[in-house]
Design a protein around this ligand. Structure first.
Ligand SMILES: [Zn+2]
Length: 122
């Protein structure tokens, strides 16, 4: 019978399970139990890395304030979807107060974003 095998990258312990799901679950349990601080450090590093490529709400608002939909979209495309949702909440609230040029730029960003979302590519 074929067994799914994996070795812990931290201590070298070998795990064998009958299914991939069981193997992953056993590995996860082991990592949390035996290498808890390493897991936490890894999660923090991953989050930091994701954050580095994720522009802030302010980055996008600044691009829009310059009245450039093109620059705004370039920033929006690098954002995670949840950050974009934050921006949308902010922009929807302040758009009546924006200069026309900036309001139009935001509309352009939104329209392009929705099209990209619809065709499933960023
Ligand atoms: Zn281990």
């Amino acid at each position: 019978m074929k067994l799914f095998t994996s070795q812990c990258s931290q201590c070298g312990q070998v795990f064998r399970r009958r299914t991939r799901a069981e193997l992953l679950s056993a590995m996860r349990k082991h990592l949390w139990k035996a290498h808890r601080s390493w897991m936490i450090a890894r999660i923090k590093a991953g989050r930091k890395e994701a954050e580095a490529g994720n522009p802030s709400v302010q980055d996008l608002v600044q691009a829009i304030q310059k009245g450039s939909a093109r620059a705004g979209l370039a920033v929006a495309k690098q954002m995670t979807e949840s950050r974009y949702r934050q921006v949308k909440t902010v922009m929807d609230a302040i758009s009546p107060l924006l200069p026309l040029k900036a309001a139009l730029a935001w509309e352009g960003v939104e329209a392009a974003h929705d099209i990209y979302a619809k065709i499933g590519r960023k």
